[in-house]
Ligand binder design. Sequence first.
Ligand code: HAM
Length: 414
Amino acid sequence: MRDILANESQLFIFVINLFDKLMTSVGSKKIILPVVESHDLFKRAIGQSTDIVEKEMFVIKSGESDEILALRPEMTAGCLRAYLENGLFNKPQPVILHSSGSNYRRERPQNNRYREFTQLNLEVLGSDLPVYDYFVIDSAMKLLRNLQLNDVVLSINSIGCNDCRPNFRQKLLDFLSKKKDDLCGDCQRRLSHNPLRILDCKENSCQNITQDAPSTLDNLCSACEDHFKKVIELIKLAKISYKENPKLVRGLDYYNRTVFEFNLESDNTRQGSLGGGGRYDYLATLISDQSKAAVGVALGVDRIVNALNERGFVLPDIATVALICSPEIIGETFNIYSKISDKINVRFLPSGKSISAQLSELNKNGFDFAIIIGQDELKKDRFTLKDLKNGEQNELTLDELINKFDYESKTITS
Ligand code: HAM
């Protein structure tokens, strides 16, 4: 777990706010979920024998009671629980919900892998239509495109349903059992309870073995094949760059049919996926007596921010704009400040010093722009904007100033 200091926290907040804006614009409603849920929810949802549940949960014994809780390692299980518990299935379906916040996994900390990390989560609950598989993928891509992460590739697969998966599982078992001794220790254990996971093991020995393994995509029933085809058609139509990857299984047991991940083109080890998700039509029956189809996606903010930093993404850091005024009009300037400060990020630094003394202080403190208000500006209702790096000056109206620095609304593209 780590501290996220001012430079980076601004980028975190920017990404989260942009996600909120974009998701609202595609018809989603924000849900704020608890960070702590019952341990049992995650055991049932994510799967008893997954790495997350077996080794990575932060489990809390709650006081004297027998109740066992856990810090959430992801948000899908909690979101579906909230949908079921609050009767959201009585509303027009599907219900589209997004959320963001910290998640916790006791992984071995390394670059891009933290024990506390922030996810952006989008879920479509109450529909099995392939268009919603496409919708969550496209919505996630919208965010990545808005952040100028254009070299992202979507890896996608279908892992079938309860009708076709048992046959595939058996075929795979027959294939892998003959090579058991050559599998890594983890995969030898997976053979008995989750042979599909062996397909996306990162160990070279296992990857060599699974090269010729039966493929999920060749073993789908006609309903799953049809579903997958429709998802792919929509992805092609939207010109999203994608790769079918029949070995993609993902580390959470609740998925069926579509599974997918987003990776940077330069990262072919899949150690650092920016996001991932899929369909989980059976999860509601595992945690309740209801059956509800659903699909969703989560993006990792820490990894997105690392990628943005590596690419030298410059947040037009609106906090580097300062508003200064001559000492006798501080009151009037406060008025102007309150008109613009909820639209753009600007620091007002009232001071008893002269404008030129204030300007040289701003220069020393690394500000990029100064909005200067003097008696003249007040009279004309036009304000001086000084670029502190090159000394250029312009007179702008309040609206023009807002438009110049309201970066977030300008970045939103469809
Ligand atoms: P996940 O693939 O486990 O899926 O996590 C989604 C994203 O969270 C990853 O692609 C990554 O960016 C980020 N992430 C995961 N673990 C870490 C970590 N230790 N450090 C930094 N970032 C991390 C899920 O969590 C599913 N709930 C996604 C989903 C939503 N499926 C359906 N709806």
